[in-house]
Design a protein around this ligand. Sequence first.
Ligand SMILES: [Fe+2]
Ligand SMILES: [Fe+2]
Length: 227
Amino acid sequence: MPSGPGGYWLCKPCDGVMSVAGLADRMITEFDRALRTVAAPPRVPFGAPLQSVAPELTEKERAHSAALMRVNHVGEVCAQALYRAQAAMTTNPDLVRRFEAAAAEETEHLGWTSERVAQLRSHTSLLNPLWYAGAYVLGVAAARAGDALSLGFVVETERQVEQHLQGHLDALPAADQVSRALVARMRDDEARHGREAKAAGAATLPAPVRFAMRLAAKVMTTTAYWI
Ligand SMILES: [Fe+2]
Ligand SMILES: [Fe+2]
């Protein structure tokens, strides 16, 4: 952001000015949110009835389930970054509320997947800070394209995530009822997020952008399975 007179900074996305203190305050808030997401995700039990289901998994099934749930946790880390960036960069108060509400709802998914990975005696992705930073940059880029395309980005992201989660329902071991229930619930939530963004006035993204998003998601999901 270029410097303006009197210690103010020109805020490009909103074509207005923001005080240095305001900018610093926003940066601290965003950094705090990033840290909470990647370093101390909330541990949210999925629910007492399902929690009590003891998975009878072989070692191979456990490792596979844990890797798939690690991938899903990374997806939720990225969802936090995308929504936070899009909320920070729009000047439309309605959209700010929408994105912040969506981020808050995704926090539940973040907690469920984090908890499930721990239950499966594994770890979340070591590259989470990188995933968060990359997704945040993507969110900023989407927001700078304008509100309609920013919403279109949400629609496309949620559509791809919904398809991805459907694929995980096929890939998860049949015995892992807890992970399967989690993923099914998340798939339904993501579909609703997409519908809501569409109803809010989303524009359709150009095909090359949709393809690039699919490619980026493939890199992320393949890497996060292992690391
Ligand atoms: Fe989610
Ligand atoms: Fe979502």
